[in-house]
Design a protein around this ligand. Structure first.
Ligand SMILES: *[C@@H]1O[C@H](CO)[C@@H](O)[C@H](O)[C@H]1NC(C)=O
Ligand SMILES: *[C@@H]1O[C@H](CO)[C@@H](O)[C@H](O)[C@H]1NC(C)=O
Ligand SMILES: *[C@@H]1O[C@H](CO)[C@@H](O)[C@H](O)[C@H]1NC(C)=O
Length: 233
């Protein structure tokens, strides 16, 4: 059994590394996906791997003084946007129609809590709508959802913790083999005093931490896509 499993795993890994398909990756969220430098760090880290051909997609091309002329700037980060409004206005449907994706990361909810004062239950309901949009656009969408980074405002941060606690069970309930949802924890280990530049957005140290949390999940989601749906990528 053990030998068989090892052989099977080796074969799977060989298959995965043999593919050089162009995978479309959409970084989706608010300003913590738009006016940051973790996208630059993530793209650069991927350049040294088998996944260097990944194509970042989205309608935005924001540069945030990352001093990086090379990276693929395409993204779907919208500063100031609330998850609840994106869901109610069906905006993700249009964004994915213009820029279809195979893999998507979502870091959302900060504006809902800080400026919108929305209840956690409303944000989770919006997340469900957003996942439905992703799967309508691509039934095999690989989805990575973040437990979001902390904010310095104490009251809002209590709500950030409540949202993050709800994300795990919510994602489990919507998980499918064709379109898995992986939850990554951007909260734990992120320091409000050392990793934020303005109480909400990561500074260089925070960008590095966020990149290091996205990176293994993004690799896993891309491998999963190649393994289960070789024709889809
Ligand atoms: C995929 O890319 C790697 C690294 O560039 C290369 O060594 C390999 O030959 C390529 N495989 C295929 C099937 O094109
Ligand atoms: C969803 O399924 C995938 C594949 O089995 C698994 O790796 C992942 O942890 C699951 N997600 C959740 C939130 O349980
Ligand atoms: C990040 O921001 C904090 C607070 O503003 C500061 O103390 C720290 O030196 C900054 N670190 C980096 C690497 O920018």
């Amino acid at each position: 059994m053990v030998a068989f499993k090892l052989l099977a795993l080796t074969t799977l890994v060989a298959c995965v590394t043999a593919q050089n398909a162009t995978i479309r990756y959409m970084p989706f969220g608010d300003s913590i996906t738009e006016i940051i430098c973790w996208r630059s760090k993530l793209w650069n880290k991927l350049q040294g791997t088998e996944w260097a051909t990944v194509n970042f997609v989205g309608s935005g091309k924001t540069e945030n003084n990352c001093r990086d002329a090379k990276y693929d700037r395409d993204h779907e980060g919208h500063s100031g946007f609330l998850a609840v409004n994106i869901a109610n206005n069906k905006q993700l449907d249009g964004w994915l129609k213009t820029n279809p994706a195979d893999v998507i990361t979502m870091h959302l909810g900060t504006n809902d809590l800080v400026s919108g004062n929305k209840p956690v239950a409303d944000i989770i309901r919006a997340f469900t709508t957003l996942v439905a949009s992703m799967r309508t656009s691509n039934p095999k969408m690989k989805i990575v959802v973040a437990k979001i980074i902390p904010v310095t405002y104490t009251a809002a941060n209590t709500q950030v913790q409540a949202l993050n606690a709800a994300i795990g069970p919510w994602a489990q309930g919507l998980n499918t083999t064709a379109s898995p949802i992986w939850v990554v924890d951007q909260y734990t280990g992120f320091s409000v005093s050392g990793d934020l530049r303005d109480g909400v957005h990561p500074n260089d140290s925070g960008d590095t931490k966020m990149m290091n949390v996205w990176y293994p999940a993004l690799i896993l989601s891309m491998m999963w896509g190649v393994l289960l749906n070789p024709d889809s990528v």
